[in-house]
Design a protein around this ligand. Sequence first.
Ligand SMILES: Cc1cc2nc3c(=O)[nH]c(=O)nc-3n(C[C@H](O)[C@H](O)[C@H](O)COP(=O)(O)OP(=O)(O)OC[C@H]3O[C@@H](n4cnc5c(N)ncnc54)[C@H](O)[C@@H]3O)c2cc1C
Length: 497
Amino acid sequence: MKSRAYEPVLTPQAEQALPPVTGDKAGLLADLERLLPPDRRVTHQDDLFAYECDAQTLDRALPLAVVFPESTAEVSTLVKACNARSIPFLARGAGTGLSGGAVARESLVLSTARLNRILEVDVPNRQAWVEPGVVNMHLSKAVAKHNLHYAPDPSSQYACTIGGNVAENSGGPHTLKYGVTTNHILALEVVLPDGTVTMMGGPVADLPGYDLTGVFVGSEGTFGIATRVLVRLTPLPEGVKTILAIFNTVVDACQGVTQILARSILPAAVEMIDQKTLRAVEKYIHAGFPLDAAAVLLVEVDGLRDDLEEQAAAVIDACRAANVRDVRLAKDDAERMKLWKGRKQAFGVLGRLAPNYYTHDGVIPRTKLPEVLAEIARIEERNRVMIANVFHAGDGNLHPVVLYDEREPGAIERVRKASDEILAVVASVGGGLSGEHGIGIEKLAYMKDFFGEADLAEMRKIRDVFNPRGLCNPGKAIPTPGRCIEPGGGKKLPVGH
Ligand SMILES: Cc1cc2nc3c(=O)[nH]c(=O)nc-3n(C[C@H](O)[C@H](O)[C@H](O)COP(=O)(O)OP(=O)(O)OC[C@H]3O[C@@H](n4cnc5c(N)ncnc54)[C@H](O)[C@@H]3O)c2cc1C
């Protein structure tokens, strides 16, 4: 059957960041035939559609091919072949990224789907060597029998991989207390962009030399491909209590966050879910959320069993000081799991409200939550878009989800304008462009509004040390001078945060 002609769907900044590839594509395809069996390479256009984008669907382009290496040596050989043919390449985990980081126009995608083994669990030292394609939640499930878990828990943890988490320095609801990915990565085996295999970090603390592990984590796949990861494992808490606090206004819910974090306790998680999200979640998940609340806080405290009552009482007291309508403890594990299922599947469920969504993840000082959420509500109205909010409130990490239908004329322009305005508000309160989803290609155009030219030049110098030919995940994370256009709305944001 003949394939239809394919045109990538790229926003102007993505088009500029990912120009058509000029290297020896035919030569690389011939190399792949020689290097891998047919069941470990995908080259037919119809099959490549599955790799057209990640979970950010505004930018879509077909790769040249997708391959499934099974060892570090194979990754190295494939990367060397790309270098010889001047073809860009990138690693792909589960494709749940939300900033277009895994979009690979005419490039080689190295899927980590077959690098998915937990290699070694060192229980006494609370560490594990894993391959990058291990799914985040599978790791926690596998070590639970040792009373351990892998603490960073993105809401996508049912699917996303440790390699993707490392690249994005991912967070999650429980990183309020436990820290984000970088706090849990001890060492990395990396195939550098020229194919050399190197080791960063190690199993003992405070190694001499530069902290290359820290530099690699969060580099969005532009410094090489992680092929083995030494993760820190964390003891499961002796006890956990989950509290649902129901508020009549968003301002009260924001006050609740401030009050809770002003007490002398550190909850494991403080998540906020607004009314639109609550209603969508209840319809499909039946988590037990109230439909008439303006917002709820889902708060978790954990630790020694003896301390839990006191911690939970402090949270309840703080919510009362914030005019809470109702606050209750999950009565058992089943209710806890239901509430968390509602939170963790909220993004997926929002997908039922509209065919497309665009998620932001600006991070702001949490005391600014009331004014920023009020402004987002005004942006929603002004631009005639629907925006739902479900986010890591304790970290001040917003996730305004702009829902739209790309088939509706003018919808994408309105979404872009609303997005520019959201980011302008984030910048105006001293916030950051991304709390956890990364820059990818999606937010490239905004980087110069949050960083000075000298800061960006330093970032480029570091990237060029690792990736001098720019073949490893090109066009991502930092804008190329002279290439990046103004964001859609053209509104200049305050610089220097
Ligand atoms: C419903 C939903 C909820 C989410 N919730 C959260 C959340 O709570 N917190 C959060 O931080 N994020 C969240 N995300 C975003 C996303 O899940 C994370 O960024 C995740 O870490 C991506 O992992 P992945 O395996 O899907 O990576 P991919 O999307 O496949 O890739 C992401 C980037 O990582 C690079 N990469 C992948 N593997 C490697 C490797 N081995 N070596 C080098 N680079 C590599 C890719 O090249 C790409 O640039 C959510 C996404 C969805 C869809």
